[in-house]
Design a protein around this ligand. Structure first.
Ligand SMILES: [Ca+2]
Ligand SMILES: [Ca+2]
Ligand SMILES: [Ca+2]
Ligand SMILES: [Ca+2]
Length: 317
């Protein structure tokens, strides 16, 4: 079932055309730089930045970074908020097909600092996330900020959501949502014990050749991200939450394709390609008057004496 995929592919194409048009703009000699070469420069700049700047964290765990001018302890050597790192690949896809993995082969070192882990739940790759953020460049110039928080969904529908930034999205796997929130009399929310992280993003995991960061291309970025909430999604509308469609449980939702048609299960409305869409295979009861009850995921029956749930087994409907 390819309708949803068509929509997302069409969107990707539009975004591609838009970005090509923008890139082509005034400079007809423009060409993309080599990603490994850009990364080598970026990581050297980021590591110098971490050694030449220090971190200030206020009582509300709002971070700012300043250049060392009087012997302050560098971010590199900070033991109160220790610097951590992970090696990641660019997860921005060429398409939503199983085979649409990024052509970027660089192994990126992503530095981050956890200011607070959070008391809620870790988001998955396909959850919507409600985050507040502040972004600045290596000159400590802020280029974007949102204090209240807003919802972002991946796969994203607009090109320049912060969550479309691979480094932004991937570091969210290190923190959890808030433990609780309270509604204030003025209508604002107070968030309690939320995930709070600083991340130092090479341009290849950010805007790369785009000039979103203070008008400069190939510019690394720093983000402070506060993860308030998450929402589980059913991306393909088959009434099975996408979080149940990572069949091999490895956290990657793009490598599970039960029927082998190149469309991942979480975007495939007929997961086993038996001609009956998944939503109709998981009906528990239907009184004919519009009162349809669907099985909860754990209660979806197997085919016969098998051990595969019926929506994933084309030997029964
Ligand atoms: Ca689904
Ligand atoms: Ca998987
Ligand atoms: Ca499939
Ligand atoms: Ca089916």
């Amino acid at each position: 079932m390819k309708n949803i995929l068509k929509i997302s592919l069409t969107l990707s194409l539009i975004l591609l055309l838009v970005s090509c048009k923008k890139d082509d703009g005034a400079d007809t000699t423009f060409s993309l730089r080599d990603r490994q070469e850009v990364y080598n420069e970026d990581i050297a700049e980021i590591e110098a930045y971490l050694q030449e700047n220090y971190l200030v964290v206020d009582v509300n765990l709002n971070a700012s970074v300043k250049e060392i001018d009087n012997g302050q302890t560098s971010i590199w050597n900070n033991t109160t908020y220790p610097l951590q790192s992970m090696i990641v690949k660019n997860d921005v896809r060429v398409s939503s097909y199983i085979t649409g993995v990024s052509t970027d082969v660089v192994e990126y070192k992503l530095y981050y600092i956890i200011l607070n882990e959070g008391g809620g739940a870790y988001p998955t790759q396909v959850d919507s996330v409600f985050t507040a953020y502040k972004g600045w460049d290596l000159e400590n110039e802020v280029f974007d900020q949102n204090n209240q928080g807003m919802w972002f969904t991946y796969p994203q529908t607009t090109a320049f959501d912060p969550v479309s930034i691979s480094g932004y999205r991937q570091v969210l796997t290190k923190i959890k949502t808030e433990a609780s929130s309270a509604l204030n009399s003025n209508g604002t929310l107070t968030h309690n014990d939320y995930g709070n992280v600083l991340v130092f993003i090479p341009s290849g995991l950010g805007y790369f050749s785009g000039s979103n960061i203070n008008g400069v291309s190939y510019n690394p970025a720093v983000f402070q991200i506060k993860l308030f909430n998450r929402k589980e999604n059913d991306q393909d509308g088959d009434r099975i939450l996408s979080n149940y469609e990572d069949i091999n449980g490895d956290g990657d939702f793009y490598n599970d394709d039960t029927d082998g048609d190149n469309i991942p299960d979480f975007l495939d409305r007929d997961d086993d390609n038996d001609g009956v869409i998944t939503k109709f295979e998981i009906i528990q009861s239907n009184d004919g008057n519009g009162n349809i009850v669907y099985y909860s995921f754990n209660n979806i029956p197997f085919c016969g004496s098998g051990s595969v749930k019926k929506h994933l087994d084309n030997s029964c409907h």
